[in-house]
Structure formats: structure tokens, C-alpha cells
Design a protein around this ligand. Structure first.
Ligand SMILES: [Zn+2]
Length: 266
């Protein structure tokens, strides 16, 4: 079986230079590819370097809404420069009305500017959305999108929106965090995702799995628990249980979906 991580942040500083070790463990676990998402100009160089050094890494460049205040005046030109320098995707971009004290002003403009670049180049996009689903749907409907589609990473939006978003080209990515008991609504909504639009992710080092499911424990230098990217396999096990199918058949489907969306840049 081959496993595909649609969304992680292998470049994250909390991994403290242990990326080589983590990747070795991922390969041993059967992970064939991972999309490593940059979050802003400060980490795009590390994402590009990881991709140059490791075939398993598919780089993705974008400004995450949490870091928009760090944008330099040349950020869009810089983004294009990274996308020109290595085959990759666009992300993580998005809308966030959940994070306390995060200004919403400017988020839509940044999302649309990056979405436009992805549409022009027909690159896959990874979108983050918290508490802004109605607005995201409107913006996606009214603006150019990449013809190949886009990922709604850690999809936790209203189940009623799934058909409309799928019609626009959405893929829905399931994180291990939804295996926590209380995430019933999110788990149920994944039963409604069209089979050809389903993807799986770790979002490592974030979105820890329930403690009893973790196969690869990991901590930061200061002792904070981190999500190891090799835990992806357990996320597949958990999602297969929810959907009532074997991990093998789920893995085959997710492989097809991943390659359909990300294939041309691989
Ligand atoms: Zn992320």
C-alpha cells in the first residue's frame, strides 16, 4: 500500500532539524508523497530546499492567513519566483475568522491574488478555512479557480455545502485530529464526500491524533507533543473505519485522487 499526505508542514521549526529522520520513518511506513505547505516568505526557501533534496516532498508555496502581516511589498512577485523555480502547488492560503485577534481585513484579497496565480498556471491549491465557509464558497464561485481542482484541507465546513463545493472542483482532506471522540460532526460529514474527492492528511506537526492511536510519538525540544508525519498511516486506518471499507480500497482511491489533482506537478 502507498500513502499520500495531502497537507503537512515538514519545514516547521519545531521539528528542529530532524526532517531527515522523520522522512526516513515516513518512507519505511509506505508514504509515497507528501505536500509540504509553506506559510509565508520566511519558510518558502526551506520548503523548496526540502523538495530539492527529497523526491517524496511536493512543495507548496503560499501565504497562510495567520502570517499575512509579515508580507513584504514584493510578496506576490516572490511567490511567482518560487513557483517558477520548482514544480509545486499553491498553499497554504485561506480565510480565518476563528483565530482570536487575527484581523480579517486583507485576507480575502490575499486569497484571491494567490488563487488567481493558481488558476492562471492550473496548479493545485491547498485552502485553510475556519468559520468563513459561506464566504469562501461565494469567493470560489465568483472567481477563477484552477481547472484541475483544489483541496479544502482539514475540511470542517457544513455538510450541506459539500455538493456545491465539489461542483466547483473541491477535494476534501481528512486529518487525524477528527478521530478525537468529540469530532462526530466532522467524521459524519466525510461520509458525504464524493469518493473521487477524498484525500488524507496529517497537518504535521499540528493536529495530534488521540493518544491511543499514535504510532509515532514525537516531542519538540521543549517537550511539547508534535504530530509525526508518519502517523499518516493511522489516519488512513481511522478514516477506513468511519467509511466502513478496507484500508486497501481507501488507499487505492486516495492514490487515484492524489495523482489526479497533484500528478502533473509531481
Ligand atoms: Zn496547515
Amino acid at each position: 500500500m502507498k500513502f499520500y499526505d495531502t497537507h503537512n508542514h515538514l519545514q516547521d521549526g519545531r521539528f528542529a532539524g530532524r526532517q531527515g529522520e522523520l522522512l526516513a520513518e515516513c518512507k519505511k511506513s509506505g508514504i509515497a508523497r507528501m505536500v509540504v505547505n509553506g506559510t509565508g516568505e520566511s519558510d518558502w526557501p526551506q520548503v523548496a530546499a526540502l523538495a530539492r533534496e527529497n523526491k517524496i516532498v511536493l512543495p507548496s508555496f503560499g501565504y497562510h492567513p495567520w502570517y499575512l502581516r509579515e508580507c513584504t511589498p514584493d510578496w506576490l512577485a516572490n511567490l511567482k519566483r518560487f513557483l517558477d523555480s520548482i514544480p509545486g502547488a499553491v498553499g497554504e492560503i485561506g480565510l480565518d475568522r476563528w483565530k482570536p485577534d487575527l484581523p480579517y481585513a486583507g485576507q480575502e484579497e490575499a486569497l484571491l491574488a494567490q488563487l488567481r496565480i493558481a488558476a492562471e498556471r492550473n496548479l493545485p491549491v491547498s485552502i485553510h478555512c475556519l468559520q468563513a465557509w459561506g464566504r469562501l464558497h461565494e469567493l470560489l464561485r465568483e472567481h477563477p479557480r484552477p481547472a484541475r481542482g483544489f483541496v479544502l484541507h482539514s475540511f470542517g465546513g457544513p455538510a450541506e455545502l459539500i455538493p456545491a463545493l465539489a461542483k466547483l472542483g473541491a477535494y476534501f482532506s481528512f486529518p487525524g485530529y477528527f478521530l478525537h471522540e468529540r469530532k462526530t460532526r466532522q467524521r459524519e460529514s466525510f461520509k458525504l464526500v464524493p469518493p473521487d474527492r477524498l484525500l488524507v492528511e496529517t497537518d504535521a506537526p499540528d493536529q495530534l491524533l488521540p493518544a491511543d492511536r499514535i504510532l509515532h510519538p514525537l516531542a519538540s525540544l521543549d517537550g511539547q507533543p508534535l504530530n509525526h508525519p508518519a502517523n499518516l498511516v493511522v489516519v488512513y486506518f481511522g478514516l477506513a473505519e468511519i467509511l466502513g471499507e478496507t484500508t486497501e480500497s481507501l488507499a487505492r482511491r486516495v492514490e487515484d485522487n492524489f495523482i489526479r489533482l497533484f500528478g502533473a506537478v509531481a
